[in-house]
Every structure is written in C-alpha cells, then in structure tokens.
Design a binder for this molecule. Structure first.
Ligand code: PLP
Length: 382
C-alpha cells in the first residue's frame, strides 16, 4: 500500500484507498457483490461479517475521504448526503439545542425541524456570517450543537469557523460542518476545530452527476462509533457500484476543482462588470461581504456563483431557459455547468431572493461558458 502520510491533497486523491501493493494485486479496490461473508467464530473488529456493516467496496473510498478531511479514522459512507446529514443530526442530544444557518441547504433545514419534533430539540436558525449573533444564540444552551455550512447554499455566506468553534466548545458543545460546497481541497473544517464533517458525495467528490451518496468524517473515536452504530442500525448504506463510481470520480477531484474554481472566479469578475447583472456573489470577489474571512480560512473560493439579473424573476427564468452549454438543473459539483433559479423549489427559504440564479461552474472552456451566459443574459433584457 502507498504510504500516504505527509502527501499533499492533490496526491492523496490519487493515492489513498488503493489495495495493498503486492504482486498481482489490482490497483483499484474491487466491487464485491456479496451481502455476506464466511465466518464461524465471533468476528474480530476488522473481520467482514455482513455488507450492511462493512464491505471491501467501501473501504478505499472511506479511507480516501477520511484522509482528505485530515482524519485518522476512515469516513463513513451513506446512501445519500441527506442520509449522512440525518445520521449527524442524530448526535444532537434529546432536548438539546441546535443552531443552524438560515440559508443551509433547504432539505437540511427540513431534516433539522423533523429531528426537533421527534426529540424535542430547540432549533435556532441563525445568520451564520454574524458571529456575535450566533454566539448570543448559543448563550445559555448546555452542550449545544452548531451546524455549519460555509459557504451556505445558495447565499454563499461565510462563517467565522474558528471563532464559532471556540464559542460552541466553550459551552461543551459539538460542531458539525457540511463541507460539500468547499470540498476538502478548499477547506478543512476538522483542522479548524469542527468535530464532524458531512458531505453530499453526489457533488464534487464523485463529480460526474451519476451517483447519489453521502459521507461523514470525524477524528473523535466516540462520535465515530456512535455514527457507525447509527448506520449499522438504520442501514442507509450505498451500494458497491456507487462506491466504485465515487472513488473513480474522486481521483480527478484536484484537477476538476482547480479548473472549476479558476473559471468561477473569472466568470464572477466578468459578470460583476456586466450591465445586466444586478448582483453577483462569489467568495473570491473583493465585493463579497466576507471575502477576507474566506481568504483567511479557505485555500480556494469554491465554484459556485450567484447571479441576480436585472429584470427580476422573469429575466432570471429567461436566462435559465435560454442557455445552451449550461444545463438548467438542480445540483452542483459535476463536470458540467448547471444553472438554477433556486426559488423554483417550493422548499427554498423565502429569504433567498426570487430572482437568484445559482451557478455551478464545471470544467468546460471558460470562454464558451462566458459567451453562453452573456448571450442568455442579453436575451433576458429584451
Ligand atoms: C450543501 C448540501 N448538503 C447536502 C446535500 C444533500 O445531498 P444529497 O442530495 O446527496 O442527499 C446537498 C444537495 O444538494 C447540498 O447542496
């Protein structure tokens, strides 16, 4: 097996999670289509028993995602990002307090409210960029849980992660960070003090819009075993083919993210200068209200832009309808560029502007992306 200690992230995505290097061994982990494993005696901690608990088909991917997030423990993979999020929400103690960004992914908010009802949680929706008001919301709560999304989906607000981690830990609490938007290449929440990281692997990690999967990562052995037991019991596991596809996608994460981040910044700058753009948001733009914070805690600004064209909802819908290279569709993080007016979804919070387009920048030629977008923007102004 390659010694991955000390490797940089761009090497880790390629080298982590390979089978042991012995003569005749495959270079990729196998897809094992078996629900059960031969055994007579009580299984040891690393023995395979039954494929809901563990399978070779996950191990390479789990090792790689765990290493990328800087954990000494392997990740836990799930059948979707939401399955990972629900598992992480189950860590909030009964009657506990959960503070969550008002502009989290809308289904994470729905899940938080459902957990609140089932287990009598107090859920406080916060403006995550407003550090003092988040800290005030945590005041008085015993062992609160702070949910982080930074950048938020879709408003791209940036949380002051180290300050909020300190405030939560000072009250004996736990910090869970959804790192889907940033990817572990641009942001390392565990290194910034978070206790658990969750991912929609569906997005950048798998990267090709062909698989739905989630992951949770923690370096805390107690939290890891609680999550593992939760997954064993609830059974929200991915299939072996999906795990293989996700690891195959992960091998090019560094190249994809490098390209899409560079294109996103370039496009955001051009859009900001376009007269048909009412508002453009991207953490890499100096005009972004938390640009300095993003610079301090991220090593890249992500590949999502929001655009509000002049002309309101009608103009925004026209842009989404008119684009040719960009695909009008929900989701993000794939090789293909996607565009969506978020408020077309009934569950999207009403504080997200009606005319806001979320752009997920892919790996196409930036000139083609710009020309297509500008043409659609100009059509929307007629
Ligand atoms: C930030 C974020 N977290 C979690 C999810 C949910 O992931 P999945 O669709 O894989 O269940 C999404 C999906 O859009 C997301 O954008």
């Amino acid at each position: 097996m390659t010694d991955i200690n000390g490797l940089r992230p761009d090497s880790l995505v390629v080298a982590a999670g390979r089978p042991p290097r012995v003569t005749g061994a495959p270079v990729n982990p196998p897809v094992v289509l078996s629900s059960t494993y031969v055994g007579v005696d009580s299984p040891g901690p690393d023995d395979l028993l039954y494929a809901r608990y563990d399978t070779e088909s996950w191990r390479g991917l789990e090792d790689a995602i765990g290493a990328l997030e800087g954990s000494t423990q392997r990740a836990l993979v799930y059948g979707s990002g939401m399955a990972a999020i629900s598992a992480a929400l189950s860590l909030v103690p009964r009657n506990g307090t959960l503070a969550i960004p008002r502009h989290s992914y809308n289904v994470s908010l729905v899940a938080a409210r459902a957990h609140a009802e089932e287990r009598d949680l107090t859920v406080i929706e916060v403006d995550i960029a407003e550090t003092e008001s988040v800290t005030a919301a945590l005041n008085g709560a015993d062992s609160p849980t702070l949910w982080l999304e930074s950048p938020t989906n879709p408003m791209l607000e940036i949380a002051d992660i180290p300050a909020l981690v300190e405030a939560t830990h000072a009250r004996g609490g736990t910090v869970i960070a959804d790192n889907t938007f940033a990817t572990p290449l641009a942001q390392q929440p565990l290194a910034l003090g978070a206790d658990v990281v969750v991912h929609s692997v569906t997005k950048y990690l798998a990267g090709h819009s062909d698989v739905v999967m989630g992951a949770a990562v923690t370096d805390n052995p107690d939290l890891w075993s609680r999550l593992k037991t939760q997954r064993d019991v609830h059974g929200a596991i991915p299939g072996p083919w999906e795990a293989w596809l996700a690891l195959r996608g992960l091998r090019t994460l560094a190249l994809r993210v490098q390209r899409s981040q560079a294109s996103a910044l370039e496009l955001a700058q051009r859009l900001e200068a376009h007269p048909a753009a009412l508002e453009v948001r991207h953490p890499g733009l100096p005009s972004h209200p938390q640009h300095d914070r993003a610079r301090a805690q991220m090593s890249g600004f992500g590949s999502i832009i929001t655009l509000r064209p002049r002309g309101g909802v009608e103009a925004a819908a026209t842009v989404a309808r008119t684009v040719n290279l960009w695909t009008p569709a929900t989701s993000l993080g794939g090789v293909e560029s996607l565009i969506e007016r978020r408020r077309r979804l009934p569950a999207e919070p009403a504080t997200v502007p009606d005319d806001l387009l979320r752009l997920s920048v892919g790996i196409e030629d930036v000139e083609d992306l710009a020309a297509d977008l500008v043409a659609a923007l100009e059509t929307s102004q007629r």
